[in-house]
Design a protein around this ligand. Structure first.
Ligand code: UN1
Length: 509
């Protein structure tokens, strides 16, 4: 038996015991590798290693942290083909999609390499005479990261890069289905020069590793991307130990198509948003809300486009849509296709299993028409290549349907009317609003996140990620980076109710 890829705890690669097989969803006979599964004691060791590394890591310069992130960025970008192949093999998105995701991860590290040296803080005149106020950001401490399987390298990148850039230590628990990219990313960062304990990788079960992170008082914050159900449990457990928490959860994202839309552009946005990456994106355009004047032409054109798409092995040239990630997810997708039919929706295209020369989880994209927004297929996140068309009279009814959902991650509109596009941007109840674009596919330098049940806590990505590590707990035992001075040090500034040291009175001469 080949030796497994191990967890990174402190300065060592650990784990010869329990392992999991990483299986290729395009070819179930292809084992990507064996990956160690951490137990609760190893998770505790990882947390302790991060805690021990924090005083010196948080006292490093932004330049030093940025240099490490930049080395990692350069390597990720240079290896995008090889890492893309690994990603496509373990998760099932097509090779071009996977390489695009790897490039995005590299760019995220490059962005935060530069952010690490951005001057932070401000000095403001006090309302009291002779006093000035300094507002500074301090590293938070140990951050626990829990990431999903659908973006095996980009989501870890957009959580790890800011956490490290701003001087925090990390305990990283990737989804069990995709340990390969997580291991490769950790290995790159370690070789880029991260000191021991600053980044710890603990692959394994949520019920073991995730639970250890949530319970530990030594973890200061959790950033989680995953389902609403799990997110709610994460939030409850974070509150119990007063951890900061950031949650990115589901979506049921509307894409409105108005009568005046450019039809080919609308079809492209819908097909890309709903079905590319096998529909496995929380930003997927799963509800296509179409006004009646364009409805039939739109459905005919989308169907014609779906007929030309090839579902197949993620690494094969010519494949447009790779497999569903796992047996469980395939069953969930098929269950919802059956629910839609039971609810009276018309399965206008697809939804069947696809035979390929390898055994994998291949599913034809499924398009439902004649649906109402009240149907379960339009209310619950399916997370597969399944989308519904909701027919509406006009823009007002479309807007009402778009907002009639518990979720609020992304929303889109296809129109040539500036009036409707502008109104929608202001009135869509979503964190991100797209015009003549798919709801999925986002930029890495701007805030990412949703409203309502889709997100909780501060925004991720771009400079907004700094808010994920609020200045709530200054480091307790930061070593002096400079030789001690003989003069007595002034008393520290008082802390506010949140423990923040935001006011430092400076008596002017
Ligand atoms: C994208 O649409 O490019 O899990 C990103 C997800 C989201 C990321 C989507 N958190 O699908």
């Amino acid at each position: 038996m080949t030796s497994p890829f191990k967890n990174r705890i402190g300065d060592a690669w650990i784990g010869d015991g329990d392992v999991t097989e990483n299986i290729n969803p395009s070819d179930l006979s292809d084992v990507v590798g064996l990956y160690a599964r951490a137990d609760a004691a190893q998770a505790a060791d990882a947390i302790a290693a991060a805690r021990a590394a924090f005083p010196s890591w948080s006292a490093t310069t932004g330049q030093m942290r940025g240099d490490i992130l930049e080395r990692a960025a350069a390597e990720i970008l240079a290896r995008r083909e090889e890492l893309g192949e690994l990603l496509a093999r373990e998760e099932g998105k097509t090779l071009p999609e996977a390489m695009g995701e790897v490039a995005r991860a590299g760019q995220i590290f490059r962005f935060f390499a530069a952010e690490a040296v951005r001057a932070a803080g401000e000095v403001v005149p006090s309302v009291r005479p002779g006093v000035s106020v300094e507002v500074t950001r301090e590293p938070l401490g140990v951050i626990g990261l829990i990431t999903p399987w659908n973006f095996p390298i980009a989501i870890p990148a957009w959580k790890i890069a800011p956490a490290l850039a701003y001087g925090n230590c990390v305990v990283f628990k990737p989804a069990e289905l995709v340990p390969g990219c997580a291991w490769a990313l950790t290995e790159i960062l370690v070789r880029a020069g991260l000191p021991a304990g600053v980044l710890n990788l603990v692959m394994g079960r949520g019920s073991v590793v995730g639970a250890a992170m949530l319970e530990s008082p030594e973890v200061d914050a959790i950033s989680f991307t995953g389902s609403v159900g799990t997110g709610r449990q994460v939030a409850e457990r974070c509150v119990a130990t007063m951890k900061k928490v950031q949650l990115e959860m589901g979506g049921k994202n509307p894409l409105i198509v108005l009568d005046d839309a450019d039809l080919p552009a609308a079809v492209e946005a819908a097909v890309n948003g709903a079905f590319f990456s096998t529909g496995q994106r929380c930003t997927a355009s799963s509800r296509l809300i179409v006004t009646e004047g364009i409805h039939d032409r739109f459905v005919a054109a989308v169907t014609a486009r779906l007929e030309r798409l090839t579902v197949g092995h993620a690494l094969r040239k010519g494949t447009d849509i790779g497999p569903v990630v796992s047996q469980d997810q395939l069953e969930q997708d098929r269950r919802y296709i059956a629910i839609g039919q039971d609810e009276g929706a018309r399965l206008a295209w697809g939804g069947g299993l696809v035979e390929c020369d390898t055994k994998g989880f291949f599913l034809q994209p499924a398009l439902f028409t004649e649906t109402t927004n009240a149907m379960r297929i339009n209310r619950e996140e399916i997370f597969g290549p399944v989308a519904s068309v909701v027919r509406v009279r006009d823009y007002e009814e479309a807007l009402a349907a778009a907002n009639d959902t518990a979720f609020g991650l992304a929303a889109g509109i296809c129109t040539t009317s500036l009036k409707h596009a502008s109104h929608f941007k202001r009135n869509a109840q979503a964190g991100m609003v797209m015009v003549n674009l798919p709801t999925a596919g986002v930029d890495y330098h701007v805030p990412f996140g949703g409203r309502k049940a889709s997100s909780y806590g501060p925004r991720e990505q771009g400079a907004y990620a700094a808010n994920s590590t609020p200045p709530s707990r200054p480091p307790t035992s930061t070593p002096e980076p400079f030789p001690r001075q003989r003069r007595a040090r002034p008393a520290p500034a008082p802390r506010d109710a949140w423990g923040r040291r935001t006011i430092s009175p400076t008596l002017l001469p």
